[in-house]
Ligand binder design. Sequence first.
Ligand SMILES: [Zn+2]
Ligand SMILES: [Zn+2]
Length: 136
Amino acid sequence: MVLKRLTTLRKSVLDIIDSSSAPLNAENIHGKLRDRPDLSSVYRSLSFLEERGLIRSVSFECETRYYFGAGKEPVHFIHCKKCHRTESFHGCFATELEESVRDDHDFTITDHVFYFIGICGDCKRKMMEELEGGKL
Ligand SMILES: [Zn+2]
Ligand SMILES: [Zn+2]
């Protein structure tokens, strides 16, 4: 059993990721750990867990990586490129696409991750206010 060999820190990191509905970055995870280890230990735990397939990550075209549980489904995210708020959403149109990709490319699909990048409502309103404020 893989879990038995996990250190306390790795286990805590895994628990935090598995119990979160949205993907988390290393700093989010660090902030949730009770006995604040240094951030580099958190990063090492994350690499360890990811290498063993216990967690997965996505970078949303920014430098930060966001981690989520390996068994979590569906994996569909919206990511605000201004404040980096990330949420999951339901609904998927990939099923039909999968069949044609599988047949056209002779490829066995085992999983997919899908995300939209954009601006969240709060950031959009803030931008509008700044824009209007500048005009006055
Ligand atoms: Zn935002
Ligand atoms: Zn999907």
